[in-house]
Design a protein around this ligand. Sequence first.
Ligand SMILES: Nc1ncnc2c1ncn2[C@@H]1O[C@H](COP(=O)(O)OP(=O)(O)OP(=O)(O)O)[C@@H](O)[C@H]1O
Ligand SMILES: [Mg+2]
Length: 264
Amino acid sequence: MAAVYHDRIRIVITGKGGVGKTTLTALLARCFAQQGCHVLAVDGDPQQNLAATLGLPPDQAITPLADRKNYIEEKIGAGPGRGGLMVLNPDTADVVDRFGIPAGENIRLLVMGGVRNAGTGCLCPEYTLLAAVLRNAGVLPDDVVLLDTPAGLEHFGRAVAQGFTLALIVSDGSFNALSVAKELRRLARECGIRDVILAVNRVEQGTDRQELREKIGNEFPAIRFIPADPCVGRHEPSVGPVIDEGCPVVEAVQGLVRDILARR
Ligand SMILES: Nc1ncnc2c1ncn2[C@@H]1O[C@H](COP(=O)(O)OP(=O)(O)OP(=O)(O)O)[C@@H](O)[C@H]1O
Ligand SMILES: [Mg+2]
């Protein structure tokens, strides 16, 4: 098994549905890459919209890892019902070199895909493989790994907690999204994720930040505000032109990247 490098950056991006997780993941990927980091963006959402957000053509066919039957069999074994014993902690350090898709300078994309019965603790080979990749994110060769997750809490499984050291919790300024953010903060602490940053996204110009801070309370030691930027909607799904045009949201995300690099 390859060495785990503790100075590498492993970030899980989570938060309530629709708050901007995928958009921020893609913007972060581009901004880290601009700093010279080699970035792996992992799409952990079965909806699989990170590719288009990173600027890949929407019609580009991508086989998700969960559908790579040969790889799963090679790593996990035959699985139940086929007579074989499963390998529960395979060496998946080669996964990005084999299946990572170039997604811009210094950026690769890995699409996990959906696993039926995920979250029910099933021991199917697909789930076992995906969990192993997440748990062993530390051995992947990339400087920065960003994991985009679906809405909700279920991705805070043990595998993510073992492989990722920073939870970027995304919210907007609404009571409901902030409530989910606080719950995620609690879960992150409980499962041992070392660091947490709250990113309050889509903050409208003229918002009273002090008032917003009071609404957030004092549960988050680090908070970043990301402006609502019409540029994002104008160019969606891709963040490429948002970066190229230097839209206002980019400066905020660059600030977030500087914060994260300073934490190492
Ligand atoms: N800072 C921003 N300014 C303006 N629009 C934004 C901003 N961030 C995200 N958006 C828009 O908000 C919508 C939701 O964003 P996104 O898909 O990234 O959210 P999500 O949290 O990944 O959603 P889901 O939970 O469905 O995966 C998109 O239309 C996106 O373009
Ligand atoms: Mg998303």
